[in-house]
Design a binder for this molecule. Structure first.
Ligand code: MN3
Length: 201
């Protein structure tokens, strides 16, 4: 198979109480798994089988909707599992801390902007911190789109992404998306974000 469901670096229970074990299990083993299965079906027998998911996203306007939806779903979730971690959160460290201060004025202002992007994304989608033309920018995308895609309003290299589909929080938080977003800041893996930032520059 061209694409595979990545293993998590932690147990489904490890992000409690911020994200409950049942949500993690269903989100990873059912939702993400379905994006991988359907992406593989959509690319089977085409030259997309040999492309990386990043390359596929970069030219997404040329591909069928099944590739856009499931390819985006695979890329987005693969990033999401890595940018959250048990014992994560707190203020950023390393180069990303300075870059956030330069771009947003302070970590608190970044948090406010990111929270607003995640809260106001109507329906299903994602909030992002990206490198766009050398600058850090907060943006959001609908459905399983992402800033790597040539159709994105704000294009860039994703450093941090938050899934705000109801399947990401509804079991525990029901309609309380803002509480789920607040909990995300307890989980951010700043070491991972720094690694992505170093490669994006
Ligand atoms: Mn999801």
């Amino acid at each position: 198979m061209a694409f595979e469901l990545p293993k998590l670096n932690y147990e489904y229970t490890a992000l409690e109480p911020n994200i409950d074990a049942k949500t993690m299990e269903i989100h990873h083993s059912k939702h993400h798994n379905a994006y991988v299965t359907n992406l593989n079906l959509a690319v089977a027998g085409t030259d997309l089988e040999k492309q990386s998911i990043e390359e596929i996203c970069a030219h997404i306007s040329k591909h069928p909707a099944a590739v856009r939806n499931n390819g985006g779903g695979h890329y987005n979730h693969s990033l999401f599992w890595k940018v959250i971690t048990p014992n994560g959160g707190g203020v950023p460290t390393g180069n990303i801390a300075n870059a956030i201060n330069t771009a947003f004025g302070s970590y608190e202002k970044f948090k406010e902007d990111f929270t607003k992007a995640a809260t106001t994304r109507f329906g299903s989608g994602w909030a992002w911190l990206v490198v766009h033309d050398g600058n850090l920018v907060v943006t959001s995308t609908p459905n399983q789109d992402n800033p790597l895609m040539d159709i994105a309003d704000v294009k860039g290299t994703p450093l941090l992404g938050l899934d705000v589909w109801e399947h990401a929080y509804y079991l525990h938080y029901q309609n309380r998306r803002p509480e789920y977003i607040a909990s995300f800041f307890n989980l951010i893996n700043w070491a991972e974000v720094n690694e992505r930032f170093a490669k994006a520059k």
